[in-house]
Every structure is written in structure tokens, then in C-alpha cells.
Design a protein around this ligand. Structure first.
Ligand code: SF4
Length: 244
């Protein structure tokens, strides 16, 4: 398994995150540069490539004619390498996934049916305060489209609980999203202020005990869903790749 950095930086400016300040604006590598690396890895016998970007759906590296390409264009090229059997891409920003990319999940069998799609919160109010540019409705619509393209697709995600001003009702909206989407693997964290970010100085910071309890409840629900998915795999025959 190998990882190729295809894009760096982020233009999204979520109010809790330091990345746009520390890593700068979005920059993509050229297709030629990435494909040289991918061919080299293919020749070494790598079978799985994970294309990495802070905001990988915004990939727009230029092709041999100097024209910007999409992530889908890049994946189609990597998929032609004979030894590469599996392709993944990380990290996606929900509203930036294009319809072409979703369609590729239907046609490109080398694309693994696991999409890492950080949601952060199930409350539209909190998503707005986080400056995440999608709503819970939009998120559900994307999941629906992905599952229509390939019913095998499973979703993993990230959550932040206890963002400033998060009410019990906001948190219940997050739990509700977890029950609706049935994520199979997630990372959940208590909100913690990062220096020089707008959220760090917002009114309505949440008490640590409240955050800890919400995190416990969320993780309990996520574990339940992960267990249910694992049990649903019992008895199925699947091709797997062992890694160390
Ligand atoms: Fe960008 Fe992700 Fe940070 Fe938001 S959380 S600013 S999308 S790197």
C-alpha cells in the first residue's frame, strides 16, 4: 500500500481549524508528476494507492496540455496501471464531491467502496457556525447518490461535539444523523480551541463535563453501528488485503 500526496492546503476556513493558516491555500501537483510517482510504485509491486489531499475533491492539477484535471480524471489514469488493484482518496469535503466522482464509483471497479466524508455535526446551526458549507440535508443527498451509484459503498466520518453554543437539541441532531447514515468507522472528538481560530473566542464555550458526556453517548452509538456492520459481514466471502 502506498500514499501519494496530490494536493495540499485548504481554502475552506472552518472556524475551528488551523490548517488554512498553517498549510496555506490549496495547491495541486501536476498529473505528470503524480503519474511518475504512481508508475514507480506500480513497478515496485504496490497494489493499493491512496491519493491524499487536505481537500482532495478540489484537486485541479494540470494535465500534459496545461489544462486543469479533476480527481476523477486522475483516478481514471491511476486505474490503468496494471498492478494497482485498489484506489482510495482522502479527505473529502462533503459539498465538493462532484457528480462525476460519484459516477466513477459506479464504473471504476478499482475504486474502493469506502468514502471518508467528515460531517462534524448533524445540526445545521452548528455547521453554519463551523463555516462548513453544507447542510444535513445536502449531506444525506450526497450519501444517497453515492449509494445509488454503488450500493456497496460505506461511509466513515469525523465528528466534533461541544462546539461553542451546541445545545442538547443540536447534539440530538448529530445522533440522529448517525442513526440515519449508519457510519461504519468514525473519529469523534470533544471540541478544543485552537489558537488564532474564530471559534476559540466565540461566546457559548461548552463545559468540559457536558462535552465529555456527549462524546461518550456519540461513541456508544458509533460503536453500535460499527458492530452491526461487522456482524453483517459474517459469512460473506470478500477479497481482503492484509497490511502491517
Ligand atoms: Fe480545511 Fe478540513 Fe480544516 Fe475545514 S477542517 S479548514 S476543510 S482542513
Amino acid at each position: 500500500v502506498a500514499f501519494i500526496q496530490v494536493q495540499e492546503g485548504c481554502d475552506n476556513f472552518c472556524t475551528y481549524c488551523v490548517v488554512p493558516n498553517t498549510r496555506g491555500r490549496e495547491v495541486s501537483r501536476s498529473i505528470a508528476d503524480i503519474m511518475n510517482e504512481a508508475k514507480h510504485l506500480n513497478d515496485l509491486g504496490v497494489v493499493e494507492i491512496n491519493l491524499l489531499g487536505q481537500n482532495v475533491d478540489s484537486f485541479n492539477g494540470v494535465d500534459e496540455n496545461g489544462k486543469p484535471s479533476t480527481l476523477g480524471d486522475l483516478i481514471a489514469k491511476v486505474a490503468k496501471l496494471p498492478n494497482i488493484q485498489r484506489i482510495r482518496y482522502t479527505t473529502s469535503y462533503p459539498s465538493k464531491i462532484t457528480n462525476d466522482m460519484i459516477e466513477l464509483h459506479k464504473s471504476e471497479k478499482k475504486l474502493m467502496p469506502l468514502v471518508y466524508l467528515p460531517i462534524q455535526s448533524g445540526s445545521n446551526e452548528i455547521l453554519h457556525k463551523m463555516n462548513r458549507k453544507y447542510t444535513r440535508e445536502k449531506y444525506l443527498e450526497i450519501i444517497e447518490k453515492l449509494k445509488t451509484a454503488n450500493p456497496e459503498i460505506q461511509i466513515s466520518s469525523d465528528f466534533i461535539v461541544g462546539f461553542p453554543t451546541e445545545t442538547e437539541e443540536d447534539f440530538q441532531q448529530t445522533l440522529d444523523m448517525v442513526k440515519k447514515v449508519k457510519f461504519i468507522q468514525c473519529y469523534a472528538f470533544k471540541y478544543s480551541p485552537r489558537p488564532h481560530t474564530p471559534a476559540a473566542t466565540m461566546d457559548g464555550q461548552i463545559d468540559n463535563k457536558v462535552k465529555a458526556e456527549r462524546l461518550r453517548l456519540l461513541q456508544q452509538e458509533l460503536r453500535k453501528q460499527q458492530d452491526a456492520f461487522n456482524k453483517s459481514c459474517v459469512g460473506k466471502v470478500m477479497q481482503v488485503l492484509f497490511t502491517d
